[in-house]
Design a binder for this molecule. Sequence first.
Ligand code: SAH
Length: 464
Amino acid sequence: MQHFPIFVAMAGRTVTLAGGGDVVLAKLRILMKSAASLHVFAADPCEELRDLHRAGKITLTERTLAPGDAAGSVLFYAATGDIMEDKRLGEIARADGVMSNLVDNLEDSEFITPAIVDRDPVTVAIGTEGAAPVLARAIKRDLEERLPTNLGTLARIGKTFRRAADRLPFGRKRRDFWSDYYFGKGPTALSEGGEDALRPALENLLEAHLAQAPRKGSVAFVGAGPGDPDLLTLKARKLLHEADVVVYDRLVTGPILDLARREAEMIDVGKEGFGTHTSQTEINALITGHALAGAQVVRLKSGDPSVYGRLDEEITTCEKAGVDWFVVPGITAASAAAASIGQPLTARGRNAGLRLLTGHDVNGFADQDWASLTAEGAVAVFYMSKRAARFLQGRLLMHGASPETPVSVVENASRPEERIIAATLGTLEPTLSRANLSGPAVLMYGLAPRGAAAALPDLQLEAL
Ligand code: SAH
């Protein structure tokens, strides 16, 4: 973030501008919505500026800005339409200790003005650091359509009721009250009875909320999918949005965590493949503890929570503690990796069944029913198998699997860093070790990436 968004207090303060034509008028139009006093310096002002001055909307001084003129102002805009002149004036303002903006000159400006959606007192500021004004305009248009024009009224009346609503305990209870007002009772009361209906609606709503029994906490076991935030379910998104506490694993990516409510308590219980940061007992105590205290807990697990996620242990803990729980499925790594290599996980005439296996279990490298995997067309997806690849290769060859059997390894499926390694059982190692994978990966036994890759074993399809 090269530019940090803030909202500047304007009441009782002055914004100084320099310029006498259209450029300054355009800036004034937006600044006149604020509570600031506006002072324009222009040696040769246009008629509209004089009109604004006569109407008392601005103060106009008919000469070029000089040192000392901007002193004490909160902001300065150089808007003469002449880049060099703007630069000179910007330096004068800066010497007066005022932050300056040179219109259409991002590089020499100390601050920039965002695109604004105005539902006063609700204001949305959109910035793209000058990279894509078109994008900012499109977002603005989108928000203009989406935010009801009466939102400002709701917020203004709501603000006068804040003190009264403090009778509700801080946290979820109070939040529920306000979201009920803004997204339920408020808009209805406003459209049915106009602005005057809002205060009585707030009073009724508060009584109703005060009478409600305290909400029970719960634990949602939520699948975060393979990493791409677009692969979250709508339900997962919604729960993240409402969570009081999010307990998440190492493989859950940053962009997904960013979707959690800003006030939510985020607890990283990151488990490394070998060794554990937080013990399972501690995790169990964490989730039930928070839920018993009334929190909506989201236990966020990568992929699908029911696949290699120790879900049963955590559910049992909830049951023992008498905590309500439910599961929200997610896209498991095998599905994401299959999508990446363009292969179905089952295919008529090839494999009627599919096995999800782990390269490791509590005892080390996991033993499997190897003989059954050597059957023609067999498909298995191995999780947690990077280090077990040589062991798998050895066991399968020993049981008679063909060295030509395709094996694809997909690292970081669905993420920007995704890599696909196409090999055969015979070449799996040392190909895999040479590829030096650092991210999570699944090994897809019996599947080759669709297309050219099938004919070219050992090819790394980094750009696929
Ligand atoms: N519940 C998860 C699996 C957790 S076990 C799921 O359903 O996907 C952790 C293993 O999942 C990793 O060792 C790796 O084998 C696999 N994995 C998780 N995310 C992955 C990704 N984005 N790409 C490839 N493999 C992934």
